[in-house]
Design a protein around this ligand. Structure first.
Ligand code: GDP
Length: 297
């Protein structure tokens, strides 16, 4: 699971101070140094770490921790709250249109789990929000993507719209909207093409689809296993497309977790879902508080 070594290290830092009856300034500084090292070792962006430690110090001073009854518990709570702050304080959900068809565009680099996440989200919307979703296979570049989406769609009983790999993605996106209107769908999810790296052509294709379908949400899949790189990738996608939500994928893997801890803080795009496995049910709505609990172990 992601964050495992971060959790262990943070717990050690807290154990070192909870064992002590009274907290001195030195204990507190030692602990903050350990927290700082734990975050850096987990590959959290250095600027995010700096701000994090500054905030914790500020809050600890403001709360007059040293003279409180249980100083160490208080510090642990401050760190917990700051992690929640880092992850985004409120639960973010899909921007459903009040009437008409809600459109969701899935974007991300190849292999980050975009196709899988498209189906997972369609599944959640169908089961938990009683929506009638249509999946649209706009990734005509990766050879297996259309078939993969069809197989996934079949397994969750959600229709997949596709005109095959020879019709341009933009044409299919427009046609899919007509199809959705004619057939009573209320939510359309577009699984767009990815590449191994960001390039002009990809961004132009995505911008054209965006223009055509006017998405209510543009969700970017970010792979936890990629580490710090996901911050730069997310920044690029966000600058060019104005991303409205992040989907953190592969949290079941053994990543250090730093990339995903940094990405919300740096891009200021809320995390909406987390993917924790290859199966179609392995998706959760993102709750910052629960994730902070998990990180603190
Ligand atoms: P795409 O190229 O972005 O559409 O990526 P895919 O959806 O095809 O996913 C790439 C690989 O990652 C596939 O083998 C998926 O089964 C796998 N995958 C996707 N999401 C997760 C996840 O949350 N956890 C794990 N362990 N694997 C995932």
């Amino acid at each position: 699971m992601a964050f495992e070594s971060l959790t262990n290290r943070l717990n050690k830092a807290f154990r070192d101070i909870t064992g002590k009856g009274k907290l001195t300034e030195k204990n507190m500084n030692d602990m903050l140094r350990e927290v700082r090292m734990s975050l850096l070792e987990a590959d959290v962006n250095y600027k995010v770490v700096k701000d994090f430690i500054d905030h914790v110090k500020e809050k600890a001073l403001g709360a007059d921790v040293m003279s409180s009854l249980n100083p160490s518990q208080m510090v642990v709570k401050i760190v917990h709250d700051e992690i929640v702050e880092l992850l985004g304080t409120s639960e973010a959900s899909i921007n459903f249109k009040s009437s008409g068809i809600t459109t969701i565009m899935m974007v991300g680099l190849q292999g980050t789990g975009k196709t899988t996440a498209s189906a997972k989200i369609a599944n959640v919307l169908k089961k938990k929000k009683a929506r009638k979703p249509l999946l649209v296979a706009c990734d005509i570049v990766r050879p297996a993507a259309i078939e993969q989406l069809k197989t996934l769609g079949n397994s969750i009983d959600v229709e997949v719209y596709s005109e095959g790999a020879d019709v341009p993605a933009l044409t299919q996106a427009k046609n899919a909207m007509e199809y959705a209107k004619a057939n009573g769908y209320d939510t359309v999810l577009f699984d767009t093409a990815g590449r191994l790296h960001i390039d002009e052509e990809l961004m132009q294709e995505l911008a054209d689809i965006k223009e055509a379908v006017q998405p209510d949400d543009i969700l970017l899949t970010v792979d936890a296993m990629t580490g710090q790189d996901i911050v730069t990738v997310a920044q690029s996608f966000n600058e060019q497309l104005a991303v409205t939500g992040l989907v953190l994928t592969k949290l079941d893997g053994d990543s250090r977790g730093g990339g995903i801890l940094s990405v919300r803080a740096i891009t200021n795009v809320p995390v909406k879902f987390v993917g924790q496995g290859e199966k179609v049910d392995d998706l959760d709505i993102f709750y910052p508080d629960r994730m902070a609990d998990r990180i603190l172990g």
